[in-house]
Design a binder for this molecule. Structure first.
Ligand code: SF4
Ligand SMILES: [Zn+2]
Length: 321
């Protein structure tokens, strides 16, 4: 049996409740866009001649054999690309996933160009058992509502308008929307990145049902890593992350992958562990008082962060050629 790239159990907050979840990262034909500056997931793909459909079906079987689905309420499906791209994930695999995960709350990630209302509606009706009002959430890595930052700092290849069209399409198919934001892509100062997240969350509040913010990590063999190795990039301070979460008008979740490490969001090394733990707790409890407590307690490095926010200057990029 073929193993998925990763598969683990966890917990997620959904409508004031904490539910058991299963996260599955399937190995596929790979992301068709394949060029975001910070992304190494795109390297995770089958190469050469493979029977994509049977490899993927085999991964789904592996999940069924290794994780009793009766214990799980939420299933999060990632592919290092787009679950709804028929070239990346053949439609028989999507149909099989719908059969296997019927009755679950499914969150499946895709780029906006692969949101086809009819395919979404078919998937929704196949997984719907009446347990959830919205059984599918289409997750899209919008990264930021700012088109210039998305284009220049990430090279994402779609606009906020494209995202909003996909939202309309997904809703027409009966799905909800989860948006992923990227905190501090390349070429932004700490303050620019912080303001970009505050703006993006405000701009998304009436559009997406769920918002998750990923602090940028330095992944191997990426353009971002090239700059990081030469001192041209620092992942965001955890103080910035907490500050954004606290100022958000809606509950925003955050997975501080690599938190406290040089390649991940970090502070001074002394306070990092407690802050990362508090962010993980906040995801489930939405307890702002607890997070405010951590923020107010501070650390010697909080002053450094405040200095960086006020002193760091952007490198100018010409607007025209
Ligand atoms: S971030 Fe997403 S869209 Fe961009 S290259 Fe990676 S997998 Fe593809
Ligand atoms: Zn500190």
């Amino acid at each position: 049996m073929e193993r998925p790239l990763a598969c683990w159990k966890g917990e997620d907050r959904y409508e004031e409740e904490v539910l058991p979840s299963l996260t599955i990262i399937l190995k596929t034909g790979g992301c068709r866009h394949n060029r975001c500056r910070m992304c190494s997931y795109r390297f995770e793909r089958y190469s050469g001649e493979v029977l994509l459909e049977s490899q993927l079906l085999s991964q789904l079987q592996w999940v069924v054999h290794h994780h009793p689905l009766a214990e799980v309420a939420i299933v999060k499906l990632y592919t290092s690309g787009s679950f709804f791209d028929p070239e990346e994930v053949p439609s028989r695999v999507v149909d099989m996933a719908a059969q296997i995960f019927k009755g679950k709350l499914v969150i499946a990630e895709t780029r906006p160009e692969f949101v086809d209302p009819e395919r979404i509606a078919a998937f929704v009706s196949a997984i719907d058992s009446g347990d959830y009002q919205t059984p599918l959430y289409v997750a899209i890595g919008l990264e930021t509502t700012n088109d210039t930052i998305r284009e220049r700092s990430i090279d994402k290849g779609f606009s906020f308008a494209d995202f909003k069209n996909a939202v309309t399409g997904a809703r027409a198919g009966g799905a909800g929307i989860k948006a992923y934001l990227l905190h501090k892509p390349l070429f932004l100062t700490e303050r620019e990145a912080l303001l970009d997240m505050e703006d993006s969350i405000r701009g998304l509040a009436g559009i997406a049902d769920m918002i998750s913010m990923n602090p940028c990590t330095v992944q191997k063999h990426t353009e971002l890593e090239y700059y990081w190795k030469r001192g041209g990039f620092r992942p965001p301070y955890l103080w910035s992350v907490v500050s954004v979460l606290l100022s958000a008008p809606v509950h925003v979740t955050c997975d501080p992958v690599g938190g406290g490490r040089a390649r991940g969001p970090h502070n001074c090394g002394t306070c990092d562990y407690d802050i990362v733990r508090a962010i993980r707790e906040f995801n489930l409890t939405a307890d702002r008082q607890m997070l405010t407590g951590i923020f107010d307690t501070g650390c010697e490095c909080k002053e450094e962060w405040e200095r960086v926010l006020s002193l760091e200057k952007p490198y100018c990029m010409p607007l025209t050629r």
